[in-house]
Design a protein around this ligand. Structure first.
Ligand SMILES: [Fe+2]
Length: 287
């Protein structure tokens, strides 16, 4: 029997967790143990600091529910989410890049026809997004799903409100020629939720806790890689210091203001509105 010492405890723990039945799980867990132990040794972790960390993680779990995803937020602000996204989405040249899912996506958004207004009377500047979904090889993709979600004109998501119905989210489909048309309102850039443990931690630093104005997309179609991405408004504040590291050059697009008049969905508006045009390019799945 070998009892634990400061010198051998890492090897003992690695041996134990290496017994995981699934080889990949054994690889992940033994590496996690090594890195956790190295981290504790490197910073000479005190018992008080260890307990503070445990209590912080406990609060992250306690504040989370089916709508509030504090662990995703923690992963986002630590840069881990974007690292994992980038390691796992090496699309070819010309494909629209992926970025973080973020903590506010809600499954099961309602289906929406071409040009449908997903703002449904919520106050804000009308906003039209049009474009085509196509393959890197050029052909348009019919029937692709665009699962869209966004903040309102105050920077608030449905997940942060106590509402029963889908709010500022919908699933659009491309037409036969690959085109899509979304009507909504212009989203405001926003502060991530600062009323929980992630916010408490950020408040101890000089980190900007704002995100630039953006709208979220999750694109899916058989035969193509699933694409989780955003469109960011060109010139909007915080493009350079997005708190979740989500901005990519290719995803910055002009949000163009218009005077009252004909709109992209064929209607005529009596108030000013904003348009964005973006072609999403999907990567075919490897065969
Ligand atoms: Fe967002």
């Amino acid at each position: 029997m070998t009892y634990a010492t400061e010198d051998n405890i890492t090897d003992l723990a690695v041996d134990r967790w290496g017994t995981a039945h699934d080889p990949r799980q054994a690889e992940v867990l033994t590496s996690l143990v090594r890195h956790l132990h190295d981290f504790a040794r490197e910073v000479r972790l005190t018992e008080g600091e260890w307990m503070a960390g445990i209590q912080w993680l406990t609060r992250v779990g306690q504040i989370s529910d089916d709508k509030r995803e504090e662990f995703i937020l923690a992963s986002d602000v630590l840069g881990l989410s974007m690292l994992v996204v980038q390691m796992n989405n090496h699309f070819g040249p010309g494909a629209t890049p992926a970025t973080v899912l973020g903590p506010f996506h809600i499954d099961g958004s309602p289906p929406a026809p071409y040009g449908w207004d997903m703002s449904d009377g919520i106050e804000g500047t009308p906003f039209f997004i049009t474009g085509t979904v196509r393959s890197v090889t050029g052909e348009p993709i019919a029937g692709a799903v665009l699962d869209v979600w966004q903040a309102d004109a105050d920077g608030t998501y449905e997940a942060q409100l106590d509402v029963d119905e889908a709010r500022l989210r919908a699933k659009y489909h491309t037409r036969e020629d690959g085109t899509y048309c979304i009507r909504s309102i212009v989203p405001l850039g926003y502060a991530i939720p600062m009323d929980g443990p992630v916010g408490d931690l950020i408040a101890t630093t000089d980190i900007s806790y704002f995100r630039p104005s953006h709208i979220h997309f999750l694109l899916e179609e058989d035969g193509y890689e699933r694409l989780v991405t955003h469109l960011f408004a060109e010139g909007t504040p915080n493009l350079d210091d997005d708190v979740v590291f989500g901005v990519k050059e290719e995803l910055i697009t002009p949000f163009l203001p218009h005077e009252p008049g004909p709109a992209p969905d064929g209607s005529s508006l009596e108030m000013p509105f904003v348009t964005a045009h973006y072609d999403f390019v999907l990567q075919p799945t490897a065969r």
